[in-house]
Design a protein around this ligand. Structure first.
Ligand code: HEC
Length: 138
């Protein structure tokens, strides 16, 4: 199901307890005016490189070196992140989800948040073989 990640805890007895963790709540909070914001640095190699450095310094400890997610922190290579708009991602970076463990990055310059968004996008571009014809026409 979109936005749900199955988290399993393996017990010593070999049994597994699984529960669905839903990371999609924040998407419903993004105001339309923020959702439609356009990343001024989208696709720029220098912004992606700067975003990768910012990611390593600020985000990797929670979301993993390769953004694969770790210890209950979501992967940033998910369909949910792929389907979010640049504006959605900029919004969660600015506001965080304090009570769910995602800090606010409102203290960073706006330019750096957009560089992070450019970097996240670079991770989520589907492999050419997986691209569908409708997507290619965009
Ligand atoms: C202290 C740990 C922590 C750090 C550091 C952190 N995050 Fe998060 N992040 C989280 C958690 C926990 C969530 C899930 C929030 C929720 O459940 O709504 C999250 C959610 C997100 C999401 C939404 C994911 C989704 O599936 O909807 C994005 C995007 C994101 N983080 C990006 C970043 C970026 C970029 C940075 C670095 C600037 C960062 N995070 C730093 C813990 C962290």
């Amino acid at each position: 199901m979109r936005g749900r990640v199955l988290v399993c805890v393996f017990l010593l007895a070999g049994a597994a307890v699984c529960f669905a963790k839903d990371y999609s709540g924040w998407l419903k909070k993004v105001p339309q005016k923020d959702r439609v914001q356009v990343n001024p640095y989208a696709g720029q190699a220098s912004a992606i490189a700067a975003g990768a450095n910012l990611y390593r310094d600020n985000c990797a400890k929670c979301h993993g070196e390769n953004a694969e997610g770790r210890r209950g922190r979501p992967s940033l290579r998910s369909d949910q992140v792929r389907n979010a708009t640049d504006g959605d991602l900029a919004w969660i970076l600015k506001n965080g989800q304090m009570f769910k463990g995602m800090p606010s990055w409102g203290g960073l310059p706006e330019q750096e948040r957009w560089q992070l968004v450019a970097y996240l996008r670079s991770l989520n571009i589907p492999e050419p073989a997986a691209a569908n014809p409708a997507g290619a026409a965009r």
